[in-house]
Design a protein around this ligand. Structure first.
Ligand code: MRU
Length: 358
């Protein structure tokens, strides 16, 4: 998708410099900076401090992390340790483990002298596949938006939480892909963008990327969705997911659950968009999902431009107050209207998911 009119992906391999390029998302929307990842440590760090974030993109970054590890030291112990460190870098999104396991399986099938070549091909394949998944999610979700538009004959208002946009994937996004497809088809859409405290991925990333594609959107405080739904100003919600259980329960950015409850109470359809790489077929009880707890600094401090347009970080809470920063919550399947996947839309249940993914 576009930034300043130029097409980008969120991650790519720079053949000339033999580095991995990423867009530093900690600086958006105020600064657009492309960074080089040169070592597996760079990749781990970028995931941890969220220069890259969003489940599919951290999967893609982990895949390229393995490439960087091989480039550093073609030694089986080092590569294995690197793969474990990559998986540990953020605990909730299953794509990390999915991508690393896939890379390691592929590498186990080839000779040492072929490792780098094969790893590069596989990392690119993971990223290219994700683009295809996201595009198909868009085409499948487009049908739902079209249906609402055909009934309403007026702008379709869609609420989203966090950033499950193209910046969270390799391209297109998951939750935003149906929106981009509808917009490109000329269906009038407007997006209510939850700010998404504490890191403001909605305001800083979703609104930013929608602006760059000229999709009308309005940022709202996280607690505003409820009244908008009561007033009939939300036609549907679409969110992403970091881990979808085979039961249809969905783990996503903190606050998603409360939005699903409000949608349920107001008969607003609540859809979750996901590529199959975010399905966890093993865990059955959502209480077993590891929920990331991040540094409370992300709550107590806020970053923005001062009057001289310099980025500043300031304390906004009482100095003595404690803060707690859980990064994800779980929305039980009963509140999910449907799962929009690359293979079609299904019920949020084992039956629904197994119907699409045998
Ligand atoms: O903490 P983040 O910014 O990595 O969280 C991202 C989300 O919660 C997204 O909704 C999810 O990863 C899906 S991305 C297509």
């Amino acid at each position: 998708m576009k930034i300043n009119g130029k097409e980008y992906r969120t991650i790519w391999f720079d053949e000339k410099n033999q580095t991995v390029k990423i867009i530093d998302q900690t600086k958006l929307p105020h600064q657009f900076i492309i960074k080089d990842l040169k070592t597996v440590k760079d990749a781990i760090n970028a995931i941890k401090i969220m220069k890259v974030r969003g489940a599919p993109l951290i999967g893609g970054t982990a895949a390229y992390g393995i490439v960087l590890a091989i480039m550093e030291k073609n030694d089986p112990n080092f590569i294995k340790k690197s793969s474990e460190d990559l998986i540990q870098s953020r605990p909730t999104a299953i794509n990390l483990k999915w991508a690393v396991d896939r890379m390691m399986k592929k590498l186990s099938e080839v000779n040492n002298n072929e490792l780098l070549k094969v790893a590069l091909v596989e990392a690119k394949a993971i990223c290219d596949e994700d683009v295809k998944f996201s595009e198909n999610i868009g085409l499948n979700g487009l049908k739902i938006i079209e249906e609402i538009y055909n009934k309403k004959k007026d702008t379709v208002n869609i609420l989203t939480h966090c950033n499950a946009g193209w910046l969270a994937t390799i391209n297109w996004g998951t939750a935003t892909s149906p929106i981009y497809h509808a917009h490109k088809k000329g269906i009038p859409v407007h997006v209510w963008v939850d700010e998404t405290r504490p890191r403001n991925q909605g305001a800083n990333l979703t609104s930013y990327e929608l602006n760059e594609e000229d999709v009308p959107n309005t940022i709202i405080a996280d607690n505003t969705g409820g009244i908008l739904m009561q007033r009939g100003q939300v036609d549907m919600c679409i969110v992403g997911t970091d881990r979808t259980l085979s039961t249809g329960d969905v783990c996503n950015k903190i606050g998603t659950y409360l939005k699903a409850l409000a949608a349920h109470d107001n008969n607003v359809p609540f859809y979750v968009a996901l590529p199959s790489s975010t399905i966890d077929w093993d865990i059955k009880d959502f209480k077993d999902i590891p929920i990331e707890e991040r540094n409370p600094d992300e709550l107590t401090h806020i970053e923005g431009l001062d009057k001289n347009k310099n980025l500043q970080k300031i304390l906004i809470y009482p100095q003595k107050s404690k803060a707690m920063n859980l990064a994800f919550d779980v929305t039980p399947a009963k509140y999910v209207t449907g799962l929009i996947t690359e293979k079609g839309v299904c019920e949020a249940s084992e039956k629904g998911l197994k119907g699409l993914f045998k």
